[in-house]
Design a protein around this ligand. Structure first.
Ligand code: ZN
Length: 681
């Protein structure tokens, strides 16, 4: 591993933060923290922590020695001075000689000694940083170091690699006891440049930011060099089916099996697929059931990944039904094992813990790759990142020996640690959290409003549009997935749903919204015009709905189709036959899906929208319609019983309502301000 230290960058960082009144020590602490945090081989997703001991002036103007240490909720990769809360150093050091200190008391005492009470909680490893005398202290979960420590004889391997340069600290859960032990090890030989925390990670320290950082890079490089020696070939491949089903067929099956049924509804998961040579070698290994089921490479990963991934059989392309049964059995077994694990350990700690949900957070699929699993796309992506990192760490550990990790009791204590639980504490989930919604015509005014409304409800949203730029613009604005899709082409729709499944693992709701208006007096209109309109305004809906239903049935967790029909479907406007006829067929299509797929738990409904005022898309269409009806813009509102303009957001609300109405199917909701001629009867 190469040192990324640059004198010029360090000086620039000092200058930049001096403008904000940040001192040189803290500016340099920010600089090297970011160097560490930018490398996933050192630090991932909030892992690791750093500190500097410096002098700051408090509110009263008194100067005092403080520890600026990483605050919880910050990531080293993009840390700012605000992410390094200042804690008075002297009181922290007075804790050194206590016999014991509970985690809650420790957190409270650290907060009570903050210079600024609005700061985040100082890291749970704050006392370890405080007790050591060095000005700069760096801590990472380097994968190379973990590959050495995570061995049955990890201490001996590390002694051989690092010699007397690094102190050896046995595994102890982070907190006061670990801080005391680390200090004790350091006191035995104060010439050490850092500490190896067995089956946890590595600390280095120094009098300057560069010294501490460079020592980290050097120790990691020593570990990397050791991993190149005496490697045995890993892993021997298992015999796999000759044709493996694609990830797009596998993901919905996996996603369905990992959905928790609660009162007839589903708590679904979002998936994130990863693959590549290293992952494939790992998941395809004949011995994968051993090395993948040993445990986590460093304790705090289990908060994001649980202790063990779900392992399923290889999916043969011609035997997906058998695969589906096997996946369900594997998930059932996983959940049952998790309950037993919880009960066994909860008894040990006095029965005070509340069980977390039992679903896996990583799935390994031989022949294919791995999936991160989470309650949101973000969580799934974090789990997948950690899983990829774990694959690398265990591969190296197995190449030089045999992967080993902390025992189950230690893993439980971390997973159910009140301080770690607090990190994950979040407010109540939004109504459509964990659901994947596809919006066709999502780049237009109404589609964009629908997509935004579903994001507000907590859903993961794919914005489909025939215009890639329009899809990207909306997706970027709302934080969704942009997918180019021509709904009149079966191939394009297949590719679009494959992209959605690759990103999220499946689909739960389709807002089938894409459409366009054609006009012409029915006695004169060309066959071509009529067929063109049917392609988009009828077959487009059918192609999309059919592709979605196939995925929904693989998931076996129901689903919702909501079609954008039009008042034309029930109240034909003059010369609007080319538009109204396919829309009438789409209204019937909705009813047919409700009839044929109600037994699958798939609901089909329609929004009958009309006279929508939107500056985004429909002004031209409104003008065209007004013209076709022989009305002027001025009396456009005539016949609107409420005399209130209908906005794209009003239509979007109807889509969201129907997507959530768990006991409603074959319904039409009208959003037009009241048009009695278009009232359904
Ligand atoms: Zn750590």
């Amino acid at each position: 591993m190469r040192s990324l230290w640059s004198d010029a960058d360090a000086a620039a960082m000092i200058d930049r933060y001096a403008k904000d009144g940040v001192n040189e020590d803290v500016a340099l602490r920010v600089y090297t923290s970011r160097l560490l945090g930018g490398d996933p081989q050192l630090v991932l997703h909030g892992g690791g922590n750093t500190s500097v001991k410096t002098t700051l002036v408090d509110f009263l103007g008194d100067e005092g020695e403080v520890l600026c240490v990483k605050g919880s909720g910050w990531d080293l990769g993009d840390i700012e001075p605000a992410g390094l809360p200042a804690v008075r150093l002297a009181p922290l050091r007075r804790l050194r000689d206590r016999a014991s200190l509970s985690d809650e008391d420790m957190v409270n005492f650290q907060r009570a000694n903050l210079l600024d009470m609005t700061s985040p909680n100082p890291s749970v490893e704050t006392l370890l940083h405080a007790f050591l005398p060095h000005k700069f202290v760096d801590h990472t979960h380097s994968t190379a170091v973990l590959s050495l420590t995570d061995q049955p004889d990890g201490e001996a391997v590390c002694a051989e690699v690092f010699g007397a340069r690094m102190g050896a600290v046995p595994y102890i859960m982070p907190g006061f006891d670990l801080a005391q032990k680390a200090l004790e090890v350091f006191a035995q030989d104060e010439s050490v440049e850092g500490l190896i925390l067995h089956k946890h990670g590595v600390f280095t320290f120094g009098e300057t930011a560069q010294e501490s950082y460079d020592r980290m890079i050097e120790m990691v490089s020593l570990a990397e060099a050791r991993l190149q020696q005496g490697r045995k070939a890993v892993f021997v491949g298992a015999k796999l089916p000759s044709q493996i089903a694609p990830a797009t067929d596998v993901a919905p099956i996996l996603r369905g099996a990992c959905a928790l049924e609660v009162d007839g509804d589903y708590k679904r998961m979002v998936l994130d697929f990863r693959t590549g040579d290293t992952i494939r070698t790992y998941v395809d290994g004949a011995d994968v059931a051993r090395y993948s089921q040993t445990g986590v490479v460093t304790p705090d990963h289990n908060i994001r990944t649980k202790n063990f991934p779900l392992l399923v059989p290889a999916p043969a392309a011609d035997a997906l039904d058998e695969f589906k049964v096997a996946v369900q059995q594997a998930v059932d077994r996983y959940v049952a094992d998790y309950h037993v694990y919880f009960a066994r350990n909860n008894v040990r700690v006095g029965g005070v813990k509340t069980a977390l949900d039992p679903m896996p957070r990583v799935a390994l699929v031989p022949g294919l790759g791995l999936f991160g699993i989470g309650k949101s796309a973000g969580e799934a992506s974090v789990a997948a990142d950690i899983a990829e990192n774990t694959v690398g760490t265990i591969t190296d550990a197995e190449a030089i020996g045999c992967f080993d990790c902390i025992p189950e009791t230690d893993m439980f204590d971390i997973e159910y640690w009140s301080l770690e639980q607090a990190k994950l504490a979040k407010g109540a989930e939004k109504p459509m959290a964990r659901q994947v919604v596809a919006v066709t015509g999502g780049g237009g005014g109404i589609g964009a409003a629908i997509a935004a409304a579903f994001v507000r409800e907590g859903a993961e949203v794919a914005v489909l549009d025939v215009d890639p730029d329009a899809a990207a613009k909306v997706a970027n604005r709302i934080g969704g997935l942009a997918v180019t899709c021509d709904v009149t082409s079966a191939d394009s729709v297949q590719a679009a749903f494959a992209a959605i499944v690759a990103r999220y693992g499946g689909v739960d709701v389709v807002a089938s919204n894409a459409g366009a208006a054609w006009q012409g007096r029915i006695g004169d209109v060309s066959d071509a015009t009529l067929r063109q309109s049917f392609e988009l305004n009828f077959f487009g809906h059918q192609i999309v709905a059919q592709a979605a239903v196939k995925i929904m049935r693989a998931q076996d967790t129901g689903g919702g189709l909501v079609f954008n029909t039009s008042k034309q479907a029930v109240n034909p406007g003059q010369d609007f036959g080319p538009y109204g006829l396919p829309k009438a067929a789409t209204l019937s299509l909705m009813r047919q899906y409700a009839v044929d797929h109600g037994a699958d738990g798939i609901r089909a409904n329609a929004v009958n929208a009309d006279r929508i005022r939107t500056g985004l898309l429909d002004d031209d269409m409104i003008a065209a319609r007004s013209k076709a009806r022989g009305v002027s813009e001025a009396d456009y509102m005539a016949g609107n019983l409420l005399n209130r303009e209908v906005m794209a957001e009003d239509v979007a609300d109807a889509f969201v309502y129907l997507a959530k109405a768990a006991k409603t199917t074959a319904a039409v909701v009208t959003v037009d301000g009241g048009n009695i001629a278009a009232a359904l009867r």
